[in-house]
Design a protein around this ligand. Structure first.
Ligand code: MLT
Length: 428
């Protein structure tokens, strides 16, 4: 027996179907709300509004559950690799050995980018934020692969575009960093695995031998897995709505990168380190800033604590916390900024004020700490988030296209002036 929900309004009663997902989440299907009642719903930030059905990621904010295609994030972070998780998110199943080898080989074969893209890169000043460079270089792929411009007609091209995106994103990310440093770019080294190749492109210098630290590469692979998808977050919703107009996947992903850039979303990990550096510059008194965070008259807020969706803890943060401790210990990192982070973390986990307000360290808090320990500069942190989130964006875009979803076009409640006549300027 299918469920339904009733709405009464101005003496009339309206009934709408309720759909229930495979994890027993229910939603009122209001597709016919306006046609039947003249009403629309209003939900700024869409906190109570489902934009779609999806089979990719399930999360439960109350229980701290996160699964990709049904697999627990804890298992994938411990046992899988970022490329295998990318395949899982995009194609729905874990790959066989042969599928994985073909996928990896395709990606390795496409890490190189057209030489003319270096001319685009050279047009950016060295103070350009790497997120702006990254979104521009990704969008420039529409120029080099014009067949990608119509994803509806060119399904084979979409699969090729998916490989190019995963293959070239690390190259673009590393080149954005090199542009900022004023250093010559490094070309991909296809003898290396995905994360090692990225690290070498980032940090290798001319005339110097660069050996990738396997501890760093393994930590980075785990971080990318943890960031790979997160259902209908701001940047994923952006990718979906841009793609819903039948824009190319490159244009959609470029839009997602720009949405992720904001400090309230992917920029949060950059804001965490900037907060810690400000505390250090002000004498390093963590307790002073914890008291400021509790003072409702003080505008200071702790960055990297709490989460819009997770009410008690962010499952990714638990995994990253352990990875952070391992990496800091193995690399023997001794950094006063990270000491301040530890003080804030202990307070947030033990101080009733923060516990009562569910202000626990989230994934951005720990990812900022690890990226800093790995030697990744602060304004590259959100680029790292984008590198991890790429397969999730691709999977969500592909699902939206394959489900033939309509163009996204929300309604509004108008609150402006009622009709009025134009008055010529000399009579105003
Ligand atoms: C994410 O992973 O996208 C962030 O936690 C933000 C979110 O899910 O809203």
């Amino acid at each position: 027996m299918s469920e339904s929900a009733k709405l009464s309004f101005k003496g009339q009663e309206f009934e709408f179907p309720v759909i229930t997902g495979t994890e027993n989440e229910s939603a009122i299907d209001i597709a016919k709300l306006r046609a039947s009642s003249g009403l629309i719903t209003l939900d700024p930030g869409y906190k109570n509004t489902g934009a779609t059905t999806s089979a990719i990621t399930f999360l439960d904010g109350e229980e701290g559950i996160l699964r990709y295609r049904g697999y627990r994030i804890e298992d994938l972070a411990e046992k899988s690799t970022f490329l295998e998780v990318s395949y899982l998110l995009i194609y729905g199943e874990l790959p066989t050995q042969e599928q994985y080898e073909n996928f990896s080989k395709e990606i390795t074969h496409h890490t190189l980018v057209h030489e003319d893209i270096k001319k685009i890169l050279e047009g950016f000043p060295s103070n350009a934020h790497p997120m702006g460079v990254l979104s521009s270089l990704i969008c420039s792929l529409t120029a080099f692969y014009p067949d990608s411009l119509n994803p509806v007609r060119n399904k084979e091209e979409v699969d090729m575009s998916i490989v190019r995106l995963i293959a070239k994103m690390p190259t673009f990310a590393a080149w954005a960093y090199k542009n900022e440093m004023g250093h010559p770019v490094n070309y991909p080294d296809n003898a290396l695995d995905y994360c090692s190749n990225f690290l070498k492109m980032m940090f290798a210098l001319p005339a110097e031998k660069y050996d990738v630290d396997p501890v760093v590469s393994a930590a980075l692979d785990k971080l990318l897995i943890l960031h790979a998808d997160h259902e209908q977050n701001c940047s994923t919703s952006t990718v979906r709505i841009v793609g819903s107009s039948q824009a190319s996947i490159y244009a959609s992903i470029s839009a997602g990168i720009n949405a992720l850039w904001g400090p309230l979303h992917g920029g949060a990990n950059q804001s965490v380190i900037e907060m810690l550096e400000a505390i250090k510059a002000d004498g390093g008194d963590a307790k002073k800033y914890l008291d400021k965070a509790k003072d409702k008259n003080d505008p200071f807020r702790l960055m990297g604590f709490g989460h819009r969706v997770y009410k008690n803890f962010d499952p990714r943060a638990k995994i990253i916390k352990k990875a952070a401790d391992d990496v800091l210990e193995k690399l023997g990192v001794n950094d006063p900024v990270l000491d301040i982070a530890k003080e804030l973390e202990q307070a947030a986990l033990n101080d009733q004020y923060f516990i009562d307000r569910q202000l626990y360290p989230n994934v951005d808090f720990y990812s900022g700490i690890i990226y800093r320990a790995l030697g990744i500069p602060t304004d590259m942190f959100t680029v790292m988030f984008a590198l991890g989130r790429l397969p999730g964006w691709i999977a969500q875009w592909k699902e939206m296209r394959e489900n033939g979803e309509p163009i996204g076009r929300p309604r509004q409640v108008y609150t402006g002036e009622n009709e009025r006549d134009y008055v010529s300027m000399n009579k105003r």
